[in-house]
Design a protein around this ligand. Structure first.
Ligand code: UDX
Ligand code: ADP
Length: 463
């Protein structure tokens, strides 16, 4: 089957960059990204590509090249579904906040709405691709909805999980370690798989495109994220032991990472992992394991989350204890709010939880993040529902300039590893702060010896 028209439902962190790269690499395929959120689509269509809603290094140039040629952003969901041969579903699947599986299971209501809409609109055969991270066997549910509510046309469901990491999305998409496509073993299923393989073959070598059954593909995504997160919780567990024993976690990570069986990546101790995927996917895995009565499997993976929550809480506790057991009315400046560098995404960012703890202690939080607005910072805190919006506003403010944010502070806490933090004039910052001037480096990005030479009381993670 020759693919000439693709549509993607959901113009978010996954759908936007993925479709931009497909459009750039496949100039003969018309790619339309649709979303219900009119403001988001308007931002994707902004004449100035600097204003696209997602910050990813290199993404603006790709959008500038392909947009209007074969890449389109639109709110006309039904029209795009109707015209496309392949429909990607890239809508959000947050953890449920209500009912059965609350706090654990993925909320599939947006996926189901998409499936019902596709069924209603489709007048010819379609390939439907799950791109969002989903619990195992979601494809089956999508298929059931499509087959029972459709217009008698044929649907093939593929699982094609996204492995891009935010901040490096463009490079990850251009040079993927692998592309995974799960599909049905029937002849029609295999044809659908080959159609999607054909799209990726425009820029990905054949030996990097794996095809599997649908459930292996769905479970591989959860497993990959669980393994990656587990490495971070493992090194973070060691960071606490290092602090007690006098070992240095950076040295330990380097020493073990040189073992080729372990490898050096994802061994950076931190204030805790964030992001939209790790916690959600592990909770989902735990929920699935429990639902099959596999309690040991569930407990094993849940510990990764427990350790991560502990690491965040440990960081805020260290700040309070070090600042003479009280931070009430003290100005504490957060450098960084995003869950990692080079993204404006803040979902599940450790900064949110650390701030919440410190506001409970009545600290005054000043935030500077190069890509996150004050509106977003306050919305993230409000979402926790610990206190009213007005109360959050009374304790947390954000600044456009790091030096103003740090002025008069009792302490600085580094929550995101933005490169620019290393290049600041730390002497100038020190001179403008209350003394003793504390720095809690939740990302181990600064040079401890240089910071101490200036006069800072400098705390790193795991040393
Ligand atoms: C992750 C997976 O890496 C990606 O393959 C999947 O598609 C989506 O989930 P993402 O959440 O975007 O990607 O970023 P990632 O680089 O994995 O970082 C996740 C969190 O772990 C961040 O908060 C990061 O700061 C933290 N982290 C990462 C560490 O604390 N230490 C490390 O060594 C690596
Ligand atoms: P992700 O990180 O998975 O890409 P985002 O929240 O950034 O998640 O993006 C998901 C997008 O999907 C949002 O912009 C949301 O408006 C959109 N969306 C959710 N449900 C639908 C739907 N039924 N039709 C169209 N767009 C949808």
């Amino acid at each position: 089957m020759k693919i000439t028209k693709i549509c993607c439902i959901g113009a978010g962190y996954v759908g936007g960059p993925t479709m931009a790269v497909i459009a750039q690499k496949c100039p003969n395929i018309q790619v339309t990204v649709v979303d219900l959120n009119e403001a988001r689509i308007a931002a994707w269509n902004d004449a100035d590509v600097a204003n696209i809603p997602i910050y990813e290094p290199g993404l603006d140039a790709i959008v500038a090249e392909a947009r209007g040629r074969n890449l389109f952003f639109s709110t006309e969901v039904e029209k795009a579904i109707d015209e496309a041969q392949i429909i990607f579903i890239s809508v959000n699947t947050p953890t449920k906040t209500y009912g059965k599986g609350k706090g654990m299971a993925a909320d599939l209501k947006y996926i189901e709405l998409c499936a019902r809409q596709i069924a209603r609109v489709a007048k010819d055969n379609k390939i439907v691709v799950e791109k969002s991270t989903l619990p195992v066997r979601t494809a089956e549910a999508i298929k059931s909805i499509l087959d029972h509510t459709g217009n008698g046309v044929q649907f093939q469901i593929l699982s094609n999980p996204e492995f891009l990491a935010e901040g490096t999305a463009v490079q990850d998409l251009l040079h993927p370690d692998r592309i995974l496509i799960g599909g049905d073993s029937s002849e029609e299923g295999q044809k659908a798989i080959q159609a999607l393989v054909g799209v990726y073959s425009n820029w990905v070598a054949a030996d990097k495109i794996l095809t599997t059954n649908v459930w292996s593909s769905e479970l591989s995504k959860l497993t990959a994220n669980a393994f990656l997160a587990q490495r971070i919780s493992s090194i973070n567990a060691m960071s606490e032991l290092c602090e007690k024993t006098g070992a240095d976690v950076n040295e330990v990570a380097k020493a073990i990472g040189m073992d080729s069986r372990i490898g050096p990546k994802f061994l950076k101790a931190s204030v805790g992992f964030g992001g939209s995927c790790f916690q959600k996917d592990i909770l989902n895995l735990v929920y699935i394991a429990k639902s099959y009565g596999l309690n040991e499997v569930a407990d094993y993976w849940e510990q990764v989350i427990i350790m991560n929550d502990h690491q965040k809480r440990r960081f805020s506790n260290t700040i309070v204890q070090t600042l003479y057991n009280t931070v009430a009315d003290k100005k504490i400046t957060f450098l960084g709010w995003a869950f990692k560098k080079d993204t404006n995404d803040t979902r599940e960012s450790a900064a949110i939880y650390v701030a919440d703890d410190l506001v409970n202690e009545q600290a005054q939080i000043a935030v500077y993040d190069p890509k996150v607005s004050e509106k977003k910072v306050l919305a993230d805190l409000d979402y926790l529902e610990t206190r009213t919006s007005a109360q959050n506003k009374a304790y947390v403010a954000s600044f456009e300039d790091p030096y103003t944010a740090c002025k008069g502070a009792h302490s600085i806490a580094i929550l995101t590893e933005w490169d620019e933090f290393k290049d600041y004039d730390w002497q100038k910052i020190y001179d403008s702060m209350q003394k003793p001037a504390f720095v809690f480096d939740g990302r181990n990005v600064l040079n401890a010896a240089e910071m101490r030479a200036i006069g800072f009381v400098y705390h790193a993670i795991g040393s």
